[in-house]
Design a protein around this ligand. Structure first.
Ligand code: UD1
Length: 416
């Protein structure tokens, strides 16, 4: 597997265009199953998880082909309702296909998505909601057999605002009779993007971005051309890269309204950040300052997906910063690797205490997960000397071209 080599310790200077959002495009690709006609997904990032979704669509009989940054999907040939275990294992978010297949075919079969590197990833809320809409689900023996001659819209209340459950239920509700209201829905911008896609295809969905999402079911879905929103976590990563190495960068396409908790923390750390019509400009001089405790929370709280990259940016902070991870159980796996670069981090349960050190040094480190891998890049940019990062396949799940993007920002990085 390829390695990244970063020669750090020098400030950045440059401009990067932010890729389309991974967490938008995955549910949107599942949603193409609701349509009859061709869907053109524009600004579609080329990622391992997107390739996995394409393989699922093709295995179900759909056509999907790339034309530059556009992915063209035609679901007219859909002839299956089962996803093989191999495909399910390629991507944990494949559970998102459940609601869409059920809505289109009245039945669905797939293996139970297992845990992942972040810890257990249950889908009980997805299944409870689907059952409430009228699906019969047998989930014994690691397999999910779902049948629904009819789905009926109703009020669903999520016990916690799960992103995946909200999206899955939105998709199933599109195929239900009558109106479905999802209460305590997740409010992430990607859910609004899914709503906009569904409406562009003839759906009637409202409320995404608030805690109550309403779906009018039983509508005819047609094809459309849709542009995926910019990836706010990729943008957060590159803001943290500039904060870590110092210097200045412009993130073309990034939207500050999606990143206000991240930019607020970086401003507190001493960075000068300006959101404009066309992107976000960021300038950071010298060592960052430590900041008040950072607690991850569902949107609009601080995103768990930006915890690792922010931690990496604050390793050289003046003072001590406390992190509290409240979404996933096992999200500090990057800490041991950062320690190899001279970081001072102590972890106790869900809390990590980072005491800033004046210098970091290059080391041989290993990616443990997607965002943890990105955090190693962010730290390496500030570390004196060379850092070799291995197991970079994790990073490629979420970043289309991290080497090209960081080079555009002025970093010295190569893939070996
Ligand atoms: C999505 C994102 C992921 C991000 C996460 C939280 C995608 C493809 N992935 O993941 O990048 O880190 O949101 O912002 O969009 N939970 C349950 N039961 C369920 C579902 C979730 O207990 O049925 C728990 C999870 O274990 C976790 C929390 O709820 O602790 C949040 O999970 P959820 O919002 O569902 O995240 P994902 O949709 O998996």
């Amino acid at each position: 597997m390829s390695q990244l080599l970063i020669h750090g310790g020098r400030p950045l200077h440059g401009e990067v265009t932010i890729q389309g959002a991974k967490n938008s495009v995955l549910p949107i690709l599942a949603a193409t199953l609701l349509t009859a006609g061709q869907v053109e997904v524009r600004n579609c990032p080329r990622l391992r998880d997107v390739d996995a979704s394409v393989r699922i669509l093709r295995a179900l009989g759909c056509e999907a082909r790339w034309e530059g940054a556009r992915l063209l999907v035609d679901t007219a040939g859909l002839n299956g309702c089962a996803i093989s275990d191999i495909l399910m294992r390629e991507m944990r978010s494949s559970a998102i296909f459940l609601g869409a297949i059920l809505a289109r075919c009245g039945q669905a079969e797939m293996s139970y998505p297992g845990g992942c590197e972040l810890g257990p990833r249950p889908i009980d809320l997805h299944l409870t909601g689907l059952r409430e809409l009228g699906a019969e689900i047998d989930d014994s023996g690691g397999l999910l057999h779902c049948r629904a001659a009819r789905l009926r819209g109703r009020e669903l209340v999520l016990s916690l605002p799960s992103v995946g459950a909200t999206e899955n239920l939105m998709l199933a509700a599109c195929g239900a009779e009558g109106v479905t209201t999802i209460c305590n829905a997740a409010r992430e911008p990607e859910i609004e993007d899914l709503q906009n896609f569904l409406n562009a295809c003839g759906g009637k969905v409202s409320g995404a971005g608030t805690s109550t999402v309403t779906v009018e079911g039983g509508r005819q879905f047609h094809g459309c051309a849709y542009t995926v929103m910019p990836d706010r976590i990729a943008a957060a990563t590159y803001l943290c890269a500039v904060a870590s190495a110092g210097g200045e960068g412009f993130l073309r396409g990034a939207r500050e309204q999606h990143l206000s908790t991240v930019t607020a923390v970086l401003r507190e750390a001493g960075c000068d950040i300006r959101g404009t019509e066309t992107g976000i400009a960021c300038a950071c001089q010298g060592r960052p300052k430590a900041v008040r405790p950072v607690r991850t929370a569902p949107y609009p709280g601080f995103p768990t997906d930006a915890q690792a990259v922010l931690m990496a940016a604050l390793l050289r902070g003046r003072g001590t910063t406390v992190f509290e991870e409240n979404i996933f159980e096992n999200r500090y796996r990057h800490v041991d690797e950062l320690t190899r670069m001279g970081a001072d981090i102590r972890v106790a349960g869900r809390v990590a205490v980072v005491t800033g050190t004046e210098t970091l040094h290059g080391a041989a480190v290993r990616c443990t997960d997607l965002r943890g891998g990105a955090a190693l890049c962010v730290a390496a940019l500030a570390a004196e000397g060379k850092t070799h990062i291995s197991e970079t396949g994790h990073i490629d799940r979420g970043y289309q071209d991290i080497v090209g993007d960081l080079r555009a920002l002025g970093a010295e990085i190569t893939r070996t």
